[in-house]
Design a protein around this ligand. Structure first.
Ligand SMILES: C[S@@+](CC[C@H](N)C(=O)[O-])C[C@H]1O[C@@H](n2cnc3c(N)ncnc32)[C@H](O)[C@@H]1O
Length: 281
């Protein structure tokens, strides 16, 4: 039973972190002429109305993207991300729409690049399909995203990014992610893999990281942004991205951007950030 709907959370601090990392990776992939493959295993619908009942109900975007929207001192990387979100808002001054990961990718893909977007939710999949039906080089599929890792890797381009962004509504997602990475890496060891995770209980993340270390995969970078310290109470206090085979600039780009993000997204002063190698080269 799938009850998670991303429309309640679109544009929150976790999306901001995820989509900046995603953008920086795709920027790197587009530096070479040769095309690449983008697989979004858990796509959501791709585009969100921030004035919808769902978004207004939780108002999470107000403590996320909205806090960056009108800043005039954005670091260059964050400015480029805001420029993407501006495109989705037709260049208007008001923040009305937010881009999910499929749309961030769609805005950046070139003719020679190709994407597959998978989504399992019976109500969200038709919305996703409809949002991308006009893109020649983007396919959508209602399927279990984890299986598409097995089914479509290695890509014929031999270059690419796999974004794995499950809801972690079911505890097994933490294990499924590690299994999927191990499967994917066996088939496509030079690919870039980016896994998003929420910090709800720190123990779950520690366990996932240990399991990743046990795969013996090298070059795994962990990037995290916390809005509050770890806690035993319910709720997400931080989120992170684990990136396998990150472009070499990603570490320094994130180290320079995260202090700004923490200061701006968490004016209350309870935030923090970290960038660590889970396993180095
Ligand atoms: C966190 S949201 C994705 C947000 C999106 N990646 C973005 O950044 O805009 C997770 C999505 O995964 C979907 N989902 C859950 N289990 C799935 C599975 N096994 N395969 C594909 N999609 C799944 C949910 O319906 C939900 O839309």
């Amino acid at each position: 039973m799938l009850s998670y709907r991303h429309s309640f959370h679109a544009g929150n601090h976790a999306d901001v972190l995820k989509h900046i990392v995603q953008m920086l990776i795709i920027e790197n992939l587009t530096q070479k002429e040769k095309g690449f493959y983008y697989l979004d295993t858990h796509s959501g619908v791709g585009r969100y109305r921030l004035f919808s009942d769902e978004a207004e109900k939780t108002a999470e975007y107000k403590e996320g993207i909205a806090r960056l929207w009108e800043q005039t001192d954005l670091p260059a990387e964050v400015q480029r991300y805001i420029n993407l979100i501006k495109k989705v808002n037709y260049g208007g001054k008001e923040l009305r729409y937010y881009a999910g990961s499929p749309l961030i990718a769609a805005l950046m893909l070139r003719e020679q690049d190709r994407a597959l977007l998978t989504e399992l939710h019976p109500a969200d999949f038709p919305l996703l399909r409809n949002n991308f039906k006009e893109y020649q080089n983007i396919n959508t599929k209602r399927d279990n995203g984890f299986q598409q890792i097995k089914a479509t890797l290695p890509p014929k381009e031999r270059r690419g990014l796999v974004l794995i962004d499950p809801p972690y509504e079911l505890k097994e997602d933490y294990d499924l992610v590690v299994q999927a990475i191990a499967e994917g890496y066996k088939r496509f060891a030079t690919g870039i893999y980016a896994i998003w995770y929420p910090v709800v209980l720190r123990q779950q993340i520690k366990r996932m990281v240990r399991n990743l270390q046990d795969t013996n995969i090298r070059k795994i970078l962990q990037i995290e942004l916390a809005v509050r310290p770890d806690s035993d109470q319910r709720g997400m206090t931080a989120s992170g991205m684990i990136v396998i085979n990150p472009p070499w600039q990603l570490e320094s780009q994130m180290k320079s951007v995260l202090p700004y993000l923490v200061k701006t997204l968490v004016p209350e002063g309870t935030g923090s950030w970290s960038v660590n190698w889970i396993t180095p080269e």
